[in-house]
Ligand binder design. Structure first.
Ligand SMILES: [Mg+2]
Length: 381
């Protein structure tokens, strides 16, 4: 089998009255960068590149103009060989960030092709399922804009998740310690003590501030504190982790086995959060998993995109081992983004619906999804 073409799709949807903010900025739109790799067998593989800050066209151009010409004529089964070749092609200026997100989308598409060609879901090719459904937590609780009381709006949103059956949810923090503590308190009081609550600062703080916030949050049973400090500040992570009684999570802004080597071997976090659509796709994620397993650092993937990235992440999640294996192993949480996203569901013909706090992992070949081309064309830019 040979690769014959690579298509990229850049989509955009405006949030209109659902504009939201977090510790770094406010956004009025969501974008997506998708790719489809074609073969001479007629099999097409799909991938998504994760990006923050956009525009998504930059990462799509990296796929279409940068990597696509290097893929034509190659065998899509040669995923490791292709990965190392493409990485080395842009290594001098592309060790982290968007080039690796672009490479991730291509790698995901190649695994989709392999699964479809063999008639097997991707998780089977990754070593088999440790689980066939994913226990989700709701990502949402961003900072609403133009509301009378942010605390009231957050409490209402959280109660909505609880009513839908979520048992865990994640709140954005990083707006200043006093404000963060008000939000955390309001949420904990609204949802009660039987809900698992995580917080995410999106690297808003230095280590001293993050430690102060962690100590303040101890009264509210926060399960993990995500991205307390900037991703480059590994010593800061270690300092916060040593002085916090809350688990420290991070890794959505880290890339490849080389980037994760530092987080893992220095034991900088309690929970590693690589994103399949950013850190390098399936090929690289399995190498990160192997390293995390050797150092016994639990891994819970970051997931934040359309149904293409979600479907791929579910396949990865099925094949994610326990940390460690034991008679009654701890089951990881799966991130289920519920923040406003006008493109998330419509890009695929399939829907992913939570039942009793779980998402089923598709058993269909490849990623188990089909693009809705009418939707993709309608929202393409
Ligand atoms: Mg995060």
């Amino acid at each position: 089998m040979k690769i014959t073409g690579v298509e990229t799709y850049v989509l955009e949807g405006l949030l209109e009255d659902k504009v939201f903010g977090w510790s770094q900025r406010v956004t009025d739109r969501r974008q997506a960068a998708l790719c489809a790799v074609s073969t001479d067998d007629g099999i097409q593989g799909l991938g998504e590149a994760f990006y923050y800050g956009g525009p998504a066209r930059i990462v799509a151009n990296l796929i279409g103009d940068g990597y696509a010409p290097l893929l034509i004529g190659r065998d899509p089964f040669d995923t490791s060989v292709i990965w190392d070749f493409l990485y080395n092609w842009t290594r001098d200026q592309g060790m982290k960030g968007l080039p690796i997100s672009a490479l991730s989308a291509i790698d995901i598409a190649l695994w989709d092709i392999k699964g479809k060609a063999l008639g097997l879901p991707v998780y089977k090719l990754l070593g088999g399922p440790y689980r066939n459904r994913a226990h989700v937590y709701a990502t949402g609780l961003y900072q609403p804009q133009n509301v009378a009381s942010i605390e009231d709006a957050l409490a209402k949103e959280a109660l909505g998740y609880k009513e839908q059956g979520f048992s865990a949810m994640k709140l954005k923090v990083g707006y200043g310690i006093e404000k963060d503590l008000r939000y955390v308190k309001a949420l904990r009081e609204a949802v009660g003590n039987d809900i698992v609550l995580m917080v995410d600062a999106n690297h808003a703080y230095n280590a001293a501030e993050a430690i102060r916030l962690a100590k303040g949050m101890e009264n509210y049973e926060v399960y993990w504190f995500e991205e307390p400090v900037p991703p480059e500040d590994i010593d800061g992570y270690i300092e916060v982790k040593q002085k916090s009684n809350i688990l420290i999570a991070g890794g959505e802004d880290e890339f490849t086995r080389y980037g994760f080597r530092e987080l893992i071997t220095r034991r900088a976090v309690d929970i590693l959060q690589p994103d399949l659509c950013a850190a390098g796709g399936f090929t690289e994620m399995m190498k990160i998993v192997a390293m995390a397993s050797a150092w016994n650092v639990p891994l819970i993937p970051h997931v934040w995109g359309t149904n293409v990235g979600l479907a791929a992440s579910l396949q990865f999640f099925a094949a994610l081992p326990h940390f460690p294996e034991r008679r009654y192993p701890a089951e990881p949480f799966f991130e289920y983004d519920r923040s406003p996203h006008p493109l998330r569901d419509g890009v695929t013909q399939e829907r992913f619906l939570m039942k009793d706090s779980y998402l089923d992992i598709p058993q269909r070949p490849g990623l188990g999804i089909t693009l809705d081309m009418d939707f993709v064309r309608k929202h393409g830019v």
